[in-house]
Ligand binder design. Structure first.
Ligand code: AP5
Ligand code: ZN
Length: 214
């Protein structure tokens, strides 16, 4: 099963990707997590990406397309994958089409901007696994610690309110057009398209996803 999770920053893509990965046994391909790993490793890609990400802007299409093509060619993607945070521009979606990468489902998470700003203030992450928490809405079992490893949780560098607002602006300008793009693909029978209410509680959103994908 090949699934695109489409939605604004903080809409819940990473949270639900963890649920879907466990349920369907397919890998999460989070371009944001890949870039953060490159920053941590101090690679050339990481150095380029850091400045752009800290400003809340998008990394260049060429870099991202290369990264994703390489990742989906790996053997664990043979039975499908979850694209989390990709594609997020029309050229990225076109590149997938040109490479003949078909998707089965495109799922849009609908969450208003004011809810997102509130969520990002309380987000805590476990970078090594991609697990995501919220101090109020999805708290870890032990405060400040990852449920599985017990490692310390972190605040993402781009979760400052100003940066979140820039990222939301970029989303509306450059990523939202993909809603029409994939709805058109669905009406031509190329994939299925569903829009879900991402403001519901985490478990309710997971239940809705299970229904759509069953
Ligand atoms: P990326 O890491 O992809 O960030 P994003 O798309 O901005 O999305 P987030 O990870 O912020 O949010 P999410 O939807 O995963 O929400 P989450 O589940 O964490 O990208 C970062 C940067 O990398 C970009 O700005 C860009 O610079 C670059 N980049 C990445 N991909 C790129 C690409 N393709 N092209 C170019 N540049 C790229 O949830 C958020 C919070 O809400 C958490 O605290 C969570 O616990 C909580 N929460 C989740 N669901 C609920 C719920 N239902 N109710 C209450 N709280 C909830
Ligand atoms: Zn995410």
């Amino acid at each position: 099963m090949r699934i695109i999770l489409l939605g604004a920053p903080g809409a819940g893509k990473g949270t639900q990707a963890q649920f879907l990965m466990n349920k369907f046994g397919i890998p999460q391909i989070s371009t944001g997590d890949m870039l953060r790993a490159a920053i941590k490793a101090g690679t050339e890609l990481g150095l380029t990406a850091k400045k752009v990400m800290d400003a809340g802007q998008l990394v260049s299409d060429d870099l991202i397309i290369g990264l994703v093509k390489e990742r989906i060619a790996q053997s664990d993607c043979e039975n499908g994958f979850l694209l989390d945070g990709f594609p997020r521009t029309i050229p990225q979606a076109d590149a997938m089409k040109e490479a003949n990468v078909k998707v089965d489902y495109c799922i849009e998470f609908d969450v208003p901007d004011d809810v997102i700003v509130d969520r990002m203030g309380g987000r805590r992450v476990h970078p090594a696994s991609g697990r995501v928490y919220h101090v109020v809405y999805n708290p870890p079992k032990s405060e400040g610690k990852d449920d599985v490893t017990g490692d310390d949780l972190r605040i993402r560098d781009d979760d400052k309110e100003d940066t979140v607002r820039s990222r939301l602006g970029v989303y509306h300008e450059q990523t939202k057009p993909l809603v029409d793009y994939y709805q058109a693909a669905a009406s031509n029978g190329l994939c299925k398209y569903s829009k879900i209410d991402g403001t519901k509680a985490v478990d309710d959103v997971s239940a809705e996803l299970s229904d759509i994908l069953s």
